[in-house]
Design a binder for this molecule. Structure first.
Ligand code: ADP
Ligand code: MG
Length: 716
């Protein structure tokens, strides 16, 4: 492994300085190892040529043998394309190129036997190939059965880097390094019956059989996820062992008085359970780091408030950070209402807080007279200092990265307990990875008496009925949101835009006030428009998805989403959560065109069938892949997985997590430098003890894999 890791790719047979630079620039491959860990994104079976007559719609990439009969160009300007007529001796197909037209014609002489690789496209009643890979039949190397296909960039292709070239380079590495050293502990490989690394790496590039390929993929996926989990758990455990937290042992006067005298409703069982979980965390003397998941409207704010009361009862201050000013203000309003009767002081600090007031707040934080600070990013600024910060609540986690969280808890000698709240339901496997350093609590119950939002799928053709329905709601005094996928009109996309439709809406609903918000407005302007809706002066709000997070207007009973097919399910769910907050029946109307793909219709129908955020999140992740899930990108933790999928490899994730966990339990020195393995008062469980050499290999791997993860390394 050492040689694989450290050998510069330029020393590989067939590479040299120029190609080394190209590989580094285009594919980030600088070492032997990086070449070998550049896995194929699919495989092709070169042992068989397909006939055009065998083509069908579901075909993967396949190979066809035959020759070109003629070339001609079609179209003008940007639409100009080269068509080659290719025959397998029985039938003909079109081969299409949109670029490099001159070059292509010259490189594929007519009548010479060629092999095309690609996926047959079915278009306008016949099959064609678009930009297939092409090789002369007589130059085709004897094949070893299945081979990998690799991502190549346009530039690489231009410089003559074909898939074959890459395959050859990989073969050259394996010739040079006949036996790649195992990086997983032997005990793990044996116990889980994993394919050894050397065998797995060879089989992922050129599988000896389909079964071998699967075993290789399994092993490499496990390896990938295992190191992610080891990395996360190592950090988490180090934090748990080394960082002292506040010990909140008492449930005091404020909490009890609030509970018995002020609390305006009965807590749901889920809220009670979560408060208990949090309370027991805060007693341990370790810093709490907990993720609180709860669907929109599940009552997270109350849980947050009661948690803050525990801190206050233990002579500490609390801070709540929200992603937007509007949200911060709404929290401030509800929380000060609850806090006032029990004599708890609350202040609001945002970007628009005046200097004088800001100074007063700073002062009251330092002298300890302020109990709760609510605000936006402004609360993490350097000049905000606390007397004794004991509890931090972060609302809508996905807007904050791990590092920002850390800034808050560095504000105190003893780091405060941290509760992160999110309404984005996160599938378990994703949570385990993306928020792997947090313990998770779930509020899986809505307060009683809520009427589920009725969700309807409507086509543009029946817009008139939708308009009438909205009119009826407006006449009853309700308010309405209309959401658009775009702010401005865009020629290329035939989508409704806010700007374009705003005047239509004003006309259609003349007699009502229409306000609008979108992401390109100045914050003050946005706030003003938003407040028009919040205080009921405007009855209709047209908006983009900026309203997705947090706004609470119980009187709003209709949410119309234009071009609903353009939104992800989780996003639709978040938007829908803006209505159904009052006692009245609410509606969410998903507008779309009649002609949409079957999958799109199925996706939208999920919305009409369930209001369970977790079901929706799972479905969303399955359909779109976790990369698109809200929150994963911004979390600062979206590990780039090469092989494994957070959406479909849940079992392997669990296995990787358990294995990493047991490994760290058995070998505490792996996460804690100060920890000696023979520590008398902390005898490790003997479950999975590994050799010093294996430890060195693991640590080395972690370094290679995660050194660039700035967010983590900065705080661990
Ligand atoms: P979210 O979890 O989306 O942040 P909120 O905390 O804003 O939800 O709660 C939504 C509404 O439900 C608020 O008006 C809140 O006061 C109310 N609420 C919270 N808990 C309960 C409960 N147990 N019973 C009745 N209403 C509740
Ligand atoms: Mg909320």
């Amino acid at each position: 492994m050492q040689r694989l890791n450290n050998t510069d790719i330029k020393y590989l047979k067939g590479v040299g300085e120029t190609r080394a630079k190209l590989l580094a620039d285009e594919l980030k491959i600088k070492t032997f190892r990086e070449l070998i860990y550049n896995f194929p994104f699919r495989h092709i079976d070169r042992s068989r040529f397909y006939k055009i007559s065998e083509f069908n719609n579901e075909m993967p990439n396949i190979q066809v043998r035959g020759h070109f009969m003629r070339f001609h160009t079609e179209g003008e300007g940007a639409k100009r394309r080269l068509i080659g007529i290719f025959t397998d001796g029985e039938r003909m197909i079109d081969v299409v190129w949109f670029s490099r037209i001159k070059q292509i014609k010259d490189s594929y002489p007519l009548g010479v036997e060629m092999v095309l690789f690609g996926k047959p496209n079915f278009f306008n009643g016949s099959y064609s190939f678009v930009h297939p890979e092409i090789e002369r039949y007589d130059a085709l190397a004897p094949q070893k059965g299945m081979r990998g296909v690799y991502s190549l960039t346009e530039k690489l292709r231009k410089r003559g880097f074909s898939n074959r070239v890459l395959q050859n380079l990989i073969d050259n590495v394996f010739d040079k390094i006949p036996d790649v050293e195992e990086i997983l502990p032997q005990a793990v490989v044996a116990k889980l019956h994993l394919m050894p690394l050397d065998e797995a790496l060879r089989n992922i590039h050129y599988p000896t059989s389909l079964v071998a390929l699967q075993k290789a993929q399994e092993r490499l996926k496990f390896e990938e996820l295992f190191f992610v989990q080891l990395h996360i758990l190592r950090y988490t455990k180090r934090r748990k062992f080394n960082i002292q937290g506040h010990v909140f042992s008492t449930i005091g006067d404020k909490f009890n008085r609030f509970y018995s005298e002020v609390l305006p409703f009965t807590l749901t069982d889920a809220q009670k359970r979560v408060i208990k979980e949090i309370r027991s965390d805060m007693r341990t003397g370790r810093q709490m780091n907990r993720l609180l998941q709860g669907d929109v409207g599940s009552g997270k704010t109350m849980v947050a408030f009661m948690t803050m009361l525990i801190a206050i009862d233990n002579r500490c201050q609390a801070c709540l950070m929200a992603p937007t000013e509007i949200l911060a203000r709404q929290h401030y309003q509800s929380i000060s209402q609850w806090a006032e009767p029990i004599g708890v002081n609350v202040s609001l600090l945002t970007g628009s807080t005046r200097a004088k007031q800001r100074r007063e707040i700073h002062q009251s934080l330092i002298d300890g007279s302020l109990d709760i600070l609510i605000g936006t990013h402004a609360v993490i600024e350097d000049n905000v200092n606390f007397h004794n910060l004991g509890m931090v609540v972060i609302d809508e986690q996905h807007r904050f990265g791990v590092a920002q969280r850390a800034r808050l808890w560095q504000k105190n000698a003893t780091p405060p307990h941290v509760l992160v709240m999110t309404a984005t339901p996160i599938p378990r496997t994703l949570a385990m990875t993306v928020y792997g350093d947090l313990d998770v609590s779930v509020i899986d119950q809505l307060p009683p008496g809520r009427k589920p939002v009725m969700t309807l799928l409507r086509y543009n053709e029946s817009r008139q009925q939708v308009i009438s329905a909205i009119h009826r709601q407006l006449e009853e005094g309700r308010q309405v949101y209309i959401v658009y996928p775009l702010i401005h009109e865009n020629e290329k996309l035939s989508l409704k835009s806010l700007e374009e439709d705003y005047h239509n809406v004003c006309q259609t609903f003349s007699g009502y006030n229409v306000c609008y918000v979108h992401g390109q407005m100045k914050p003050q302007e946005k706030d003003f428009q938003m407040s028009e809706f919040v205080n009921g002066k405007a009855q209709i709000m047209v908006a983009t998805t900026v309203i997705e997070v947090g706004v609470n207007v119980p009187n709003a009973s209709v949410m119309v989403i234009e071009n609903a097919e353009r939104f992800g399910l989780s996003q639709l769910h978040q938007l829908r959560g803006r209505v159904g907050r009052g006692a009245d029946q609410s509606y969410c109307i998903l507008m779309t065109k009649q002609q949409i793909a079957k999958e799109t219709r199925q996706r939208l129908e999920i919305m009409t069938q369930t209001s369970d955020g977790f079901i929706i999140a799972e479905a969303d992740m399955k359909m779109r892949g976790p990369g698109d899930m809200e929150g994963t990108q911004q979390s600062g933790l979206a590990f780039n997985l090469k092989l494994a999928s957070l959406a479909s490899d849940g079992q392997i994730i669990q296995l990787a997590r358990d294995t990493a966990d047991r490994l760290l339990e058995s070998n505490p020195d792996l996460f804690d430098q100060t920890h000696n393995q023979c520590d008398a008062d902390n005898t490790p469980s003997a479950d999975l003890i590994i050799s010093p050499k294996e430890k060195t290999i693991l640590k080395n791997e972690l370094k290679i894999r995660f050194n660039n993860q700035s967010d983590w390394s900065r705080i661990s």
